[in-house]
Each structure stands twice: as C-alpha cells, then as structure tokens.
Design a protein around this ligand. Structure first.
Ligand code: PLP
Length: 396
C-alpha cells in the first residue's frame, strides 16, 4: 500500500554553528546530485585518485595509503586502532575530554594494555607526562592523542609528543576529526604515523566519510601483524586493495559521498590551506572578543583554543536548553550544548569551514545577546557585535 501524508523533504535553512556538521558549500551539495557511476567505472577510479591527491595535500603528507573510510569519524578512529593494535600490545592514550575517553574504550576492546595520560578538561596534555608514561611502559606500541578536543575546545600541540613516541619506537596516532583544514595538522612535518578525520567539520562536507592516512612505519606494523584485524569492514589491507592499483572489490564505495568529498577538497585547495587557517583564526578571535563583551567566560585558555570551536560558559540562572531551542526556532541558528563534564555548563560554538565567516560571528553574537537579555542578563545593547566589529577593525 502506498504511504500517504508524508510531505516533501524541506529542511529549514539553518546556520550550523555547533560542533559539526557545519554548513556545506552549494558546490558540494550539487556534486552529490550528479549521476552515479559504478564503483569500478574508470571515470570513478579517476575521481578516487584525484581525491587521494587532494587529501594528501590537506593532511600535509606524501603517505601512499591516504583515503576516505566509508563511514563517519568514529570509523576512522576505530580503523586507526584496530589496524595497528593487537591483543596484549601496550598503548598510551592521552585523555583530556570525551574523545580521548572514546579512544581508551576502543583500545580496551582491542584487548590491548591501556595506559592513560590524563589532563584536566580545558587543558592540554603535557609532553612530560607522556614522556613519563613512555618510560614506565615496557614496550609502547602506540601513543594516541586528540588534536582538537571537541568536548573542550582545546587545540593540542602535537610535535613534541609525536617525537617522543618515535624516540621510543612507538607510533603516534592522531585524531584530526575537528582540526583538519581548520588548523595545521602537517602529518609528515610533525612526524605523525596515523591520522584520521571526518568530513563534516572544517572540510564542510556532509558527515559520512572519514579521511585517514598511514605512514610507511604504520604500514610495516600492519604488515607484521600476527593476528587478523578484528574488524572485517575496517581492515586496511583489504580496503587498500580497492583504493590502490588492484581495484579489488571490498565494499561498494559511497559514490555520491566521494563526489562531495572531492568537491570539498577542491574548495580547500582553491582557498589554500594557509588562507583557510587564517580565516579560522580571525573569525574565532572576533567571536571570542564578542562573547567576552557579552560577559561570557571562555573555556580553553588563550593560546590553547581550537580556532574552529569555542567553548563559552553559560551564566548562572540562564536556561541552557531554552536558549538553544530559541536560537534554533527563532534565529535558525544551531550551537552545541556541553559534552561530558561541561554538559549544562558550556556552549560549544563552531566556526568550521563554510560556517566560519564574519556574518556567522555577528549573527550568533546578536542572537545570543537577545536571548541572554530576555533571560535576565544585563548586557549593553549591541555589546557583543560591537566588540567583534572592533576586533575586525583593529585586532585583525
Ligand atoms: C574529535 C572527534 N573525534 C571523533 C569524532 C567522531 O566523529 P563522528 O561523529 O563523525 O563519528 C568526533 C565527532 O564529533 C570528534 O569531534
């Protein structure tokens, strides 16, 4: 029987300023509506090759195995671990938020021996603490760390920790889900062995793929495995045969997502990485100036703030849920609530990829001011917007 009464799909035009997804460029959305090709069609294979080349430059790597996994960022995280970790391995995970915790969970599921290096939420992980853990662990195989912790808004320096891992014969494994194309990841220059990301943050592509890259050292570790990778779907040795020269079928590639991915990477390439990083820096600094002028505290310390995600405190007496519901319904604006220990205490405001522009900053500050005043906060009219405009005029 035919279904009745379902209206045509017509989603509201939101401004996506949460922790992801971010707005997608019309060119990326258009790419998804172009005709399908078969996943072994020579034309599609060419698009795959172009995507790999563009992705290498976004990651800053010459790594051969640099491809998108066919699922969201969590699959990238899982693929990174299950391919290089075997039962009984010693793995160090840096934990200063939700995604470090999630890494720890995966390491446990791999049957590895987990050592956690902890830091406060809102702080970076200290290289000295990682050095101490590396000394204490007998045979460290992997040191894992999140670059931009989406639960805290902290951007973690990676260079010292990657060098320490290498000095101890361990692989460095980095979560670049939120940072890629918004802040430098520089896989090769930093000496990172495995890095993964997601499409829906600073790449501004819909969620659905997880870019990943493995260094030659990481590939040696994979080749030397004694046990089979526990996940059939995420076994890189099989996936690499489809994305490499052999073109052996593993699973049907998500064709339209690959189109979108290639288009999003083309946009990154056209803008240039440096210009894109500077755009994220500029607008997040203007947003921070505006939020402070609204009387709101900032989550991470200056210097450690991820430019694509700002955490800001919710003033006492302000109803978190009511404000976010109103932002959505009245202003078509999505911001994120707090995660983990910051639930109900912090908002997470994203300026990622396409969403990262001056008009987003000003719209958000104006809308927040309206909601906060109606919640009883005393704020001078236009305080946030004028502080941001002041930053654009003077500070930029
Ligand atoms: C740092 C980080 N890692 C991993 C993930 C998981 O990605 P996904 O939700 O796309 O599976 C996220 C998602 O927000 C993230 O922010």
């Amino acid at each position: 029987m035919a279904a009745h009464g379902y209206s045509e799909l017509n989603p509201s035009r939101r401004l996506l300023m949460g922790p992801g997804p971010s707005d997608a460029h019309p060119r990326v959305l258009r790419a998804m509506t172009t005709p399908l090709l078969g996943h072994l069609d020579p034309e599609f294979l060419e698009l795959m090759e172009e995507s790999k080349t563009l992705l290498r430059s976004a990651f800053g790597t010459a790594n051969d195995l640099t491809i998108p996994i066919s699922a969201t960022g969590s699959a990238g995280m899982e693929a990174a671990f299950v391919n290089v970790v075997e039962p009984g391995d010693d793995v160090i995970v840096c934990v200063n938020g939700v995604f470090g915790q999630r890494m720890s969970d995966i390491v446990g599921r791999c049957g590895a021996n987990l050592t956690r290096v902890e830091a406060d939420w809102g702080a970076t992980v200290a290289a000295e603490d990682v050095a101490a853990a590396l000394k204490a662990v007998k045979n460290p195989k992997v040191v894992a760390i999140v670059h931009a912790e989406t639960s805290t808004g902290v951007l973690q320096p990676l260079g010292d920790i990657a060098a320490l891992a290498r000095d101890h014969g361990a692989l460095s494994l980095v979560d670049a889900v939120t940072s890629l194309a918004g802040a430098p990841v520089d896989v090769d220059a930093t000496g990172i062995d495995v890095a993964y990301s997601g499409t829906q943050k600073c790449l501004s592509c819909p969620p659905g793929l997880s870019p990943i890259t493995f260094s030659a050292r990481a590939l040696e570790v994979i080749q030397a495995r004694k046990t089979k990778v526990q996940s059939w779907y995420l076994d890189m040795s099989m996936i690499a045969r489809y994305w490499g020269e052999e073109r052996v079928y593993h699973h049907t590639a998500p064709i339209s997502m690959v189109y979108a991915f290639r288009e999003a990477l083309r946009l990154v390439d056209e803008e240039g990485l440096e210009a894109r990083f500077e755009r994220h820096r500029l607008h997040s600094a203007a947003l921070a100036a505006g939020l402070e002028a609204l009387g709101l505290g900032l989550g991470a310390e200056a210097g450690n703030r991820a430019p694509m995600l700002t955490l800001t405190s919710i003033p006492d007496g302000v109803d978190d849920g009511a404000v976010r519901r109103r932002l959505l319904s009245e202003f078509n604006l999505e911001i994120g609530g707090g995660l983990g220990v910051f639930a109900g205490k912090m908002w997470r405001i994203g300026l990622m990829g396409e969403s990262c522009r001056r008009s987003s900053v000003l719209t958000c500050l104006d809308a927040l001011e309206t909601c906060l005043r109606d919640e009883g906060q005393s704020i001078g009219a236009g305080a946030g917007v004028s502080a941001a405009l002041g930053y654009y005029a003077d500070g930029a």
